[in-house]
Design a protein around this ligand. Sequence first.
Ligand SMILES: [Zn+2]
Length: 332
Amino acid sequence: MENEEQKQKRRKRVKRLKKMILATVALAILVPFLFSIVFGVQLHKKAKYISSLEKKVQMLLQENEKLQTDFDTLSEHFSRQEQSRVNQSDADPDPEKQTGEKMEFSSDAENKTGSEIPAEGIRKVYLTFDDGPSIYTEQILDVLKEYHVKATFFVVGKTEARYEAVYRRIVDEGHTLGMHSFSHKYNEIYASEEAFAADLEALRSFLKEKTGVECRFSRFPGGSSNTVSNVDMNRLITYLNEQGITYFDWNISSGDATSGYISKNRIIQNCTESLANYETAVILLHDSGEREETVKALPELIEKIQEMENTVLLPISEETKLIQHIKSESEE
Ligand SMILES: [Zn+2]
């Protein structure tokens, strides 16, 4: 009897044990399974979040490039406005010194008739290339040659032997060789009037030696309206005047020196969208190893300008109307 009862109990215990083992096994399978589902969902959410962030970053970057270009356009616009204000208040009697002057017709002059351009009004466009020579100078020169265009190169001092022929080619093919800076290091050339003079003299004699040309034109790195110079720019302008050197700024910027990528089409657009409003347009372009899009833009840019009526492309000369961003007052 007792034996039977004990057997019964053992069976029950064995059953319970089996249940427990089964439960444990089930849990051991279910828990990681559920865990991986939860974890997977979270991972998916995170991936979606990251990709939406990436999209946002992409949009912001594009927005930034657009803003940068708009900002450049606006600052040039304001500097031109400031310029004409200064000119008015100075009441300079010499019409050659009136700079950034717009032609006497409205922007709808873009219509192809050209009838609103004064009979004697020939629009003069000057393509200017800063920072060369570079790996692209020869290509730029090839394009200019193909279109029979003379331009202006505001060069820097490149002592590598391979550039000697490039300096000479600029001169030989009838372009204007202008000075930019030997070192192009803002912190050095704008540290003092003496440093500026030494840099320019180094470039002047270097170019004279390489090409035989006595340069008469220059462009300040960053333009005369730059805000990085430690020296009052008026002092440097006086220095240039004393040296018989004429400096040129620009009234149209291609935008090809912006920090980010700028497309060939954007460069063409920047150069041509307001061109019809100018009697004299000095266009700022760059001849540098980082500016491949400028080279790509050049043929179409020239074609567009050559298609404009009463318009000529010229190299800077003594006859060129001065385009200068003169600062109104010396800075404190
Ligand atoms: Zn430069």
